[in-house]
Design a binder for this molecule. Sequence first.
Ligand SMILES: O=C(O)C1=C[C@@H](OP(=O)(O)O)[C@@H](O)[C@H](O)C1
Ligand SMILES: C=C(OP(=O)(O)O)C(=O)O
Length: 422
Amino acid sequence: MDIKIIPGKLNGEVIIPPSKSLSHRAIIAGAMAKGKSNVTNLIMSDDIEATIEAMEALGVSISKGEHEVDIEGTGTLVRKESTINCRESGSTVRFLVPISLLADGEVKFIGEGRLAKRPLTTFFNIFNDFGVKYERGKDYLPLTIKGKLTGGRYKMKGNVSSQFITGLMYTLPKLKEDSVIEITTPLESIGYVDLTLDMLKKSGIEIENKDYKEFHIKGNQEFKPVNYRVEGDYSQGAFWMVAATLGAGLDCIGLEKDSLQGDKEILDIITKMGGIVKDTTKGLTSEFTKTKGAVIDLSQCPDLGPIVTVMASVSEGETRIVNAQRLRIKESDRITAMVTELNKVGADITETEDGMIIRGVKKLKGGAKVSSWNDHRIAMAMAVASTQCEEAIIIEGAESVKKSYPHFWDHFKQLGGKAEVL
Ligand SMILES: O=C(O)C1=C[C@@H](OP(=O)(O)O)[C@@H](O)[C@H](O)C1
Ligand SMILES: C=C(OP(=O)(O)O)C(=O)O
């Protein structure tokens, strides 16, 4: 789907959609428990539907409302389907691969888009160490696994994906033996591990965190049912907060000030670049200011990369994005994607091995067709970039937003965005 956007100012209130990361975690926690759980304030994005369907494939009964699920867990997972389609969700595949080994039998994981290219070697090393049989295609997916994990020491690097750690944290407490997860290099995306530890604590699962270098996990633990309302998503709110910083008159509703989400970092990044984040009577906004370049480390908040690049592209002076190499293994190579697409509309950005050097311009030119690279965050970042353009842009692959924020374009138009489906 191509969308043409005539540049214009956005105005109004936007209710920030629920955190995708917390939605995954709450649904899985409820599915692991014996009894009834309820998760509210959900949106049925592609990624969240993938996780729901995956847990149903493991024998959990989940009834879906428009914005909530009722879960009836038995405390034991039983393989009902031999294939789990994770669609494009990196969270779903990395969380569910270890969890699925709690059920007997063989499971085949498949995916869509670029998911098959996103690394799973961390798990292959664990399968080799613990004797789990696995078969992979030329890519990481399709992946067929069969066997059982046992308690023990699970070693992995901390700079590939925190999602491997989350998947193991949901699985290891259910084993008979105790386990330790050992992180052999400094942990990145730490905020996501904090979300996992907090959700598991709410489910009665205790994990001892030894300074993010080791996690000690007792076996024979049971998940308690949860009743959970998902808070607003800072990764999504970041698009609107940057738009506000760049001149939109937006009130972002639903972002929790005491959130554990790592992407709450966007507030500090906006402030560091000269923005003024403010409370409103209903939510949060960022006053229009002329932002200035800065050095921005994305090692703990990779999903902010695309939208921070947009802000930097029209900030005064130079911005260096550093420690962002993991952006290359998301739904697209987000470094190359953002450099390519923003330069097409008049930005002045140079790619580096682990990030970018951005020389701010006063205004983007626009007047070009840009690609979303089939990546929801590229599409949404370019939508915000359009507000900084002199001429119209066309975003190819705009439907990619359905991965995490299916009603993004409705919100964009409700806020005055002149977006037309071609
Ligand atoms: O655990 C999660 O919910 C997520 C972890 C992050 O991945 P990495 O840990 O690979 O950075 C992030 O990019 C992703 O959008 C969601
Ligand atoms: C990378 C993302 O999610 P996932 O890893 O779950 O595909 C994202 O939402 O930007």
